[in-house]
Design a protein around this ligand. Structure first.
Ligand code: PGA
Length: 251
């Protein structure tokens, strides 16, 4: 059985004060959960959140990182810096990084490899746009992003990888994929990992989160699907009570 996993992606939200209180509330309200829980905190507040999470089982995550160890990369943040701030989990290839900031599959792959090399857990996000879905390209887009994003990752390293399937049209829009549509995409992702990229054993152990307008009201149905192993939560992760209800639905 795969341990369910739920991440809270705070995106570019919170202040120093609200990051501290939200982290403390998440630690308290998710205490004892059977799901693995992480929060992806904006860079400036990582150290603050780390303090608030100390002694809890909640993992501290970063929303991005640069793959080079140090040097002339103005504005970027290295994996060493993140580890100094107690980060254990790295989000890579979120659709906002792909489609708003313009990150390529090859940059995303470099970040995946560097994150794993640094000993972190990595959550690789994949997902199709509305246009791609309407053209029937969902599985092909996911397969392409997976193959390019995971190039060079070993089967052994896959134990530290989680895939987040996040249809772009469902993120922050209030539109959720139906549980059946999400299940179909997850099943195809697992089959791709089993048949093309790695092997059945790696695929069976791989956790695949669903993301895109997950709320307390729809979480249980989504997480009840056989290939959905938890969620990556944006908007609803900013309210500790909603996030805790979603975590409870995964547990
Ligand atoms: P949402 O965001 O829950 O607000 O749709 C999900 C995500 O971007 O990870």
């Amino acid at each position: 059985m795969r341990t369910p996993t739920v991440g809270g992606n705070w995106k570019m939200n919170t202040t120093a004060a609200s990051a501290r209180s939200l982290a403390a509330e998440v630690a308290a309200s998710c205490k004892g959960s059977k799901a693995e829980v992480s929060v992806f905190v904006p860079f400036p507040y990582l150290a603050i959140a780390a303090e608030a999470l100390a002694g809890s089982a909640i993992k501290l995550g970063a929303q991005d990182a640069y793959h080079q160890p140090d040097g002339a990369f103005t504005g970027e943040v290295s994996l060493t810096m993140l580890k100094d701030c107690s980060v254990s989990t790295l989000l890579v290839g979120h659709s906002e990084r792909r489609h708003v900031i313009g990150e390529s599959d090859s940059l995303i792959n470099a970040k995946v490899l560097a994150g794993l090399e640094a000993g972190l857990e990595v959550v690789l996000c994949v997902g199709e746009t509305l246009d791609q879905r309407e053209r029937g390209q969902t599985d092909a887009i996911n397969a392409g992003q997976l193959a390019l994003g995971l190039a060079g990752v070993s089967a052994e390293q896959m134990s530290r990888v989680t895939v987040a399937y996040e249809p772009v049209w469902a993120i922050g829009t209030g539109k959720t994929a139906s549980a059946q549509d999400a299940q179909n995409a997850h099943k195809a992702i697992r089959a791709m990992v089993a048949d093309v990229l790695f092997a059945g054993q790696v695929a069976q152990g791989l956790r695949i989160q669903y993301g895109g307008s997950v709320k307390p009201a729809n979480a249980a149905e989504l997480f009840g699907q056989p290939d959905i192993d938890g969620g990556l939560i944006g908007g609803a992760s900013l309210k500790a009570a909603d996030f805790a209800a979603i975590v409870a639905a995964a547990s």
